[in-house]
Design a binder for this molecule. Structure first.
Ligand SMILES: Nc1ncnc2c1ncn2[C@@H]1O[C@H](COP(=O)(O)OP(=O)(O)OP(=O)(O)O)[C@@H](O)[C@H]1O
Ligand SMILES: Nc1ncnc2c1ncn2[C@@H]1O[C@H](COP(=O)(O)OP(=O)(O)OP(=O)(O)O)[C@@H](O)[C@H]1O
Ligand SMILES: [Mg+2]
Ligand SMILES: [Mg+2]
Lengths: 158, 158, 158, 158
């Protein structure tokens, strides 16, 4: 399976709907400082069910919803759709959150809970993001983490 | 259970040794239990020996050596339990040209089975790209995305 | 004493505002007391507004924006109590080309009164050099140093 | 004043005596990962009296003394000389340490204590390194430190 498309609307610096089609192999994302590259990755991480707002570099839940700029007002909600291609069959994961913090999930357009999202991801072979996602700035710290932390990483992979 | 943890540790250690050779073009590395007599509680330590150098304390490694060793560790666990997708946010920032090349050799190998999303500012990293997306803020505060033809990859300043 | 702290804070804040303009080419920034009613114990907060963006939580800044804001903060204190020497170890790693240029403008200004020691892997940063030293390990584990003529700076791959 | 020369012998990856002459203005240091660039900066920081071994990326005191490679045996001591030019007058600071951890200091070739070194530096205008030295990898973290930490930085600058 692979990630075919991500749809972002109202999440962080994306006030209008944006679609990004990815290919198999290596998809490179470039651009100036502060342009929104890490925000695209945050949208992916949020879309697969991340619940800790600090892992999305936010302080409070609404930090992930577009907060406005000179011309545009803050939006009321953020939504992300992830479309995976699993051997030709499409799996669509959808998440929407309002400023009060509640998230609405959908799997293939049917209302779902976070637990269903995690289950679909498990079927796709997508587990804990610490094994497949290296956040910006963290690369130097992994090797010097403590002995017990390293053990837990290996235990959880088992 | 005990034996499951040990088998996992052994398999990850094998991956680690192999990946280390690819990334560092030599030297040796190992992931082992800190205290072999206490399998259930022992921490895990990583020992590395860089090509031509003595075995040393991980703290003494340079910024680039720490980053490359961290990548070897993450990828050794990733390959034990592969995910269809791998996301790297500017992991090449501390690396020199030669080490970026070594990393690209590894990514080229892995990308037949794994989809990569890679954010970078380094033109050298673009060489591994199958697709390239540019992110920009034409309107301040609003991210927009455009696709870049892969044949343009050597012209793109990031 | 109280008034000494306030005067220092005010001077550093003035430096910060000015340096921020040089590095970000716009926007505004401020260092202020968290609680004006309790001068003796109050923490200090930094508020930044990036060009064209809204005032926001520092956590939401991008990697490059955080690095540049950190540089502005350190330099604002440095200029309050200048030292004859300033040492920067790969501070340009998270920055894109445009922001490296802005940083070089500032360093060019400061280098008439301050000696800089700057470690970098980025050819763009070399443009500010008065002397260049190369460090290498011809014999593994042993560092040796050689001088590079400044006129060669655009040929040097780092 | 400015740093005219640094002499390194037996410190970290410098088993034989090396002299580096610096100029006023911007001195750039480049080279591959792990070649010894940050070690040069560590030598400077150690030479001005740093007592915390962890600030030199070491675990125990002897981590700063050359630990050997394939051909060379570990050395018994590390020494660094810093030669400052203060309006034409030379100020020489010397530090030597043996494996048991004791340091010997000299100011202008006369035996001295750490306190004398700090006093000479004060006369040169060199104070706490947190105002003039940004360590590798730390640039992104400064702006997001806590409110009280920021206050202490400003208080101590006063
Ligand atoms: N809720 C939000 N509403 C509007 N804008 C936001 C929101 N959250 C973050 N941003 C914007 O996103 C920007 C950061 O984007 P991001 O971290 O993706 O940059 P980047 O392209 O990764 O840059 P770098 O190369 O420096 O890492 C911030 O400057 C901020 O203005
Ligand atoms: N006591 C010691 N004896 C011998 N070698 C040492 C000692 N301490 C550190 N080293 C060596 O120094 C190397 C790290 O050097 P340093 O951190 O200066 O690299 P660097 O040039 O800054 O690289 P990077 O660009 O990756 O940051 C280590 O690989 C280690 O071999
Ligand atoms: Mg980023
Ligand atoms: Mg270094």
């Amino acid at each position: 399976p692979y990630l075919k498309k991500i749809d972002i609307f109202g999440f962080k610096s994306f006030p209008s709907r944006i679609e990004i089609f990815f290919k198999k192999g290596a998809n490179l994302i470039i651009g100036p400082n502060g342009s929104g590259k890490s925000n695209v990755l945050d949208a992916l991480i949020w879309g697969i069910g991340e619940t800790k707002i600090s892992s999305l570099r936010g302080g409070k839940t609404e930090d992930i919803i577009f907060s406005g700029n000179r011309k545009k007002k803050p939006l009321a909600a953020a939504e992300v759709s992830l479309i995976f291609d699993n051997e030709g069959e499409e799996v669509r994961l959808f998440r929407k959150a309002y400023r009060d913090g509640e998230s609405v999930f959908r799997v293939n357009s049917k209302r779902a809970r976070l637990k269903d999202i995690v289950e679909e991801l498990y079927k796709l072979g997508i587990g804990d993001r610490k094994y497949f996602f290296i956040e910006q700035g963290m690369i130097g710290n992994i090797i010097t983490m403590g002995h017990l932390e390293k053990r837990i990483l290996i235990e959880e992979a088992a | 259970s005990r034996s499951r943890f040990l088998t996992t540790l052994e398999k990850i250690n094998e991956n680690f040794k192999r990946i280390y050779q690819t990334l560092f073009k030599g030297g040796s590395a190992e992931i082992k239990l800190l205290d072999e007599t206490d399998i259930l509680n022992s921490g895990v330590e990583i020992k590395v020996k860089l090509p031509g150098k003595k075995l040393q304390n991980l703290q003494l490694l340079s910024g680039g050596e720490k980053a490359l060793s961290s990548l070897a560790f993450i990828f050794s666990m990733f390959l034990y339990k592969p995910s269809p997708i791998c996301v790297l946010d500017e992991v090449d920032a501390p690396l020199d040209e030669a080490n970026i090349e070594n990393l690209m050799v590894l990514i080229n190998e892995m990308k037949t089975n794994t989809q990569f999303l890679i954010v970078t500012h380094n033109p050298k990293t673009l060489e591994v790209a199958d697709t390239i997306y540019g992110v920009t803020m034409i309107e301040p505060g609003v991210s927009s995305i455009y696709s870049i033809d892969v044949s343009e990859k050597d012209k793109k300043i990031v």
